[in-house]
Design a protein around this ligand. Sequence first.
Ligand code: FAD
Length: 480
Amino acid sequence: MPSTKPLILWFRKDLRLDDHAALATAADEGRRVIPVYIREPAEAGTGPLGAAQAWWLHHSLAALARSLEAIGSRLTLRSGPAGRVLDQLIDETGAASVYWNRRYDPPGIAIDKAIKARLTEDGLVIRTFAGQILHEPTRLTTGAGTNFRVYTPFWKALESSGEPREPAPAPTSLISPPFWPDSEPLDSWALLPTKPNWAAEFSEIWQPGEAGALERLDTFIENGLTGYRSLRDFPARPNTSMLSPHLALGEISPARIWHATRGLAGRFASEDIIHFRKEVVWRDFSYHLLFHFPDLKSKNWNSKFDAFPWRSAPDLLKKWQRGETGYPIVDAGMRQLWRHGYMHNRVRMIAASFLIKDLMIDWREGERWFRDTLVDADPASNAASWQWVAGSGADASPFFRIFNPITQGEKFDVEGHYIRTFVPELKDMPDAFIHRPFEAPLLVLKEAGVILGETYPNPIVDHKRARDEALAALQGLKGE
Ligand code: FAD
């Protein structure tokens, strides 16, 4: 006989019904389920969410509430420290159990451990489940039993450790508790920007929520997976999945994505399928790194970089943030970020390299800006990727590999379609000069309606000189 006392199902970064191990188990056990989302205070260390992701969260919670209603249930929203909120809910409802899917960010782990220990002592049944990543960070180890620092052996270990678990289907109904606890109104959380509403374009691009995530996956398989391996680097092409914000708040599970690509072998080239899976596994690798190096977002993995002579240059930082560097591919990326809360991966690497190496501004400034402006901001992938570009991370791109923003643009945005979309003042520049307007003859600029320094900025640094300075700074570190 299942317990008749209610069970609190604590949703966190797993805002879905599909492949939700905690929810599926509660439903299978025939429990009376109270689904809850807790807005934890910033001081808890799990937040605050960046402004762009707060926009996403609002819509995602609204979508989750609708999905729960469709199966006869309801989402309760509460804010406050998680332990305190759970205590109150247990008092109010007489709940005897709390189930959740595990999270892997260091503050989240600490909070969950403390809550689990205390509530277990109080006699409640606490059950936690895997699901946020393909394999839990402690499951894969090197032959020597240590954690991984290099991606390729991590991938090989993951690949040879068998298929990730089968996704659990979404429950079709949930049993209600005898009465529902009060819920705070979602609007009272003020997650949406108002004055100004800088997220106006977001809803043209994104459909937050589980249905949007599953639709995005289908669209990508139909229109983007063919050629993924070679075309994923071209920002104007539809060859990346754009699933990252859905994954960041757990609207789709990585196991669901993995298994969706399983039956495709006859229809798609295996190199495309494998490469796509490898990218999804970069996310797991980032969590593996974060788990074993909890200071990933604040400390250089490689402490040699602690002595790097970062520049304090607030004006240059602001120009980078606004997409006014005078290097069109960097500016297009930074403006895509502002307009859509997203930036294509190749351009993230170029823009990050520009901040760190051309401007010699500390990668942590970039990490912070991305955290606030990306709808897919993720504590593991963001920190690991910034350290990767900076050369300070585990398995990082060496610092001396400095992207040239002009040739990168010419290689990956050959006809400048991406630039013309996000830097409209350059839309009439001929292909030959769209990546280097500062080298265009006056007549060409005039015909394109561009006045350098007025309609579009002059470069804020000279790339060749900046590169030499960055390399000299690196040399200084080596000489220590
Ligand atoms: P796809 O090519 O379709 O890849 C599928 C999925 O694999 C992605 O959705 C993502 O979950 C995962 N993935 C792909 N590349 C990476 C990667 N390098 N590291 C970790 N996971 C990856 N990704 C985030 O999800 N959140 C971040 O905050 C974030 N910050 C970044 C900061 C910098 C400086 C850089 C260079 C990269 C960052 N990335 C981040 C990684 C990557 O750029 C995005 O995951 C990717 O662009 C998302 O687009 P997509 O879903 O179309 O990717």
